[in-house]
Design a protein around this ligand. Structure first.
Ligand code: AMP
Length: 116
């Protein structure tokens, strides 16, 4: 899939629109979801232009791992290191609505299984 530089997360990365940022490092940015589905709901996004997780190329394997590591660090720093859920939707059929790769970090309430 082609990456669209006009997507909302690209605009957050360029600081064109505000976000409640909780983490930033050289490879990723994390900010609170506008429509939180749990007491803690943070989106962890790479700075690289990757539309969907399955669009990442082999050279980006380490970056994908970095996103999971950062999510775990954020959960711990936010006081939810003992229980949290990470979700990545790939494609509109799976619920993806913003086509810049993002990891949902959800915590602070019981999590049902299977997910909806
Ligand atoms: P997904 O449906 O997996 O693509 O998730 C997109 C998420 O982005 C949703 O949970 C939205 O609530 C969230 N979202 C959309 N626009 C913004 C924004 N400007 N700031 C923070 N979160 C947003």
């Amino acid at each position: 899939m082609q990456y669209d530089d006009g997507n909302v997360f690209a605009r957050i990365l360029r600081r064109e629109i505000p976000a409640a940022i909780v983490w930033e490092d050289e490879r990723c940015l994390a900010f609170r979801d506008l429509d939180p589905q749990a007491p803690l709901h943070v989106l962890v996004i790479p700075k690289a232009r990757i539309p969907r997780v399955g669009d990442a190329v082999e050279e980006q394997r380490e970056l994908l791992g970095h996103l999971l590591w950062a999510a775990g660090e954020i959960a711990r720093l936010q006081g939810h290191g003992e229980a949290f859920r990470l979700v990545v939707n790939h494609g509109a059929g799976a619920g993806q609505s913003v086509f810049h790769l993002h990891v949902h970090l959800l915590a602070g309430r019981p999590m049902a299984w299977p997910p909806g």
